[in-house]
Design a protein around this ligand. Structure first.
Ligand code: PGA
Length: 255
């Protein structure tokens, strides 16, 4: 359950899925349903090549649109990468950083994370910084240690005044795309640990402004229970964000 001061945040991560026309259809449908959006924040993280088209369709609605990754330099010889200002230029207002697939498939190291989060904030992009343990790490009892290490690196350059623009997503690697959701107890425990870490790092007032999302096999039938957990301020949804039939009931988890 989220605190009064934090607006529930439901985010869809399309990863490398959909095509241009299905992307635009989905945005139109969700935009139509959202109205003024008022009491919740909804965003899609879309393949960079579709950002300009998607943001054009989303315009005039409260729907946020973000990139799935960035590089922290402003320009230079970085073949295949995108600078924060480039994402801004095509209309993105937010970005995912440190998603588990970036860490585990593309081997992005912890050492990049602080600079990426800082570069996003400096370019006026709202970062969702993703953390989470692998199954081996959980079995070895290292969940808290891994999450804290990832928090240390990603929040290395965070200042108190950034707190309201920062979102953390806890996504246990073993729950992503597997159909296996973390239990309510597991989610509650890690989210509490993250909040405590934020309080130590930023002080209580600022820490209470940071939203903490859960991600990993979120579906229409578990969204409400997950959102009822203390310190779960929203959901980061992969597979179920690809179709209006599964994403809309998650956005409307409490209706
Ligand atoms: P999933 O993906 O909902 O398909 O498990 C979540 C994510 O990777 O953000």
């Amino acid at each position: 359950m989220t605190h009064r001061s934090r607006k529930p945040y439901i985010a869809g991560n399309w990863k490398m899925n959909l095509d241009r026309s299905r992307s635009l259809d989905l945005i139109k449908t969700v935009k139509g349903r959202l109205g003024d959006g008022g009491d919740r924040e909804v965003a899609f993280f879309v393949p960079a090549i579709y950002l300009a088209d998607v943001t054009a369709v989303a315009q005039g609605s409260p729907l946020g649109v973000g990139g799935q990754n960035l590089w922290y330099e402003a320009n230079g010889a970085f073949t295949g990468e995108l600078a924060p200002r480039m994402l801004r230029e095509v209309g993105a207002d937010r970005v995912l950083i440190g998603h588990s697939e970036r860490r585990h498939v593309f081997h992005e190291p912890d050492e990049w994370m602080g600079r990426k989060v800082r570069a996003a904030l400096d370019a006026d992009l709202l970062p969702i910084y993703c953390i989470g343990e692998t199954l081996d790490e959980r079995k070895a009892g290292k969940t808290e240690r891994v999450c804290k290490r990832q928090l240390e690196s990603g929040c290395e350059k965070i200042r108190t005044e950034d707190a309201h623009r920062l979102t953390i997503a806890y996504e246990p690697v073993w729950a992503i795309g597997t159909g296996e959701t973390a239990t309510i107890d597991q989610v509650g425990q890690v989210h509490r640990t993250i909040r405590k870490w934020l309080v130590q790092r930023l002080g209580e007032d600022a820490a209470n402004l940071v939203r903490i999302l859960y991600g990993g096999s979120v579906k229409p039938d578990n969204a409400k229970d997950l959102m009822a957990v203390d310190n779960v301020d929203g959901l980061l949804v992969g597979g179920a964000s690809l179709q209006a039939e599964t994403f809309l009931p998650i956005i409307e988890f409490d209706r």
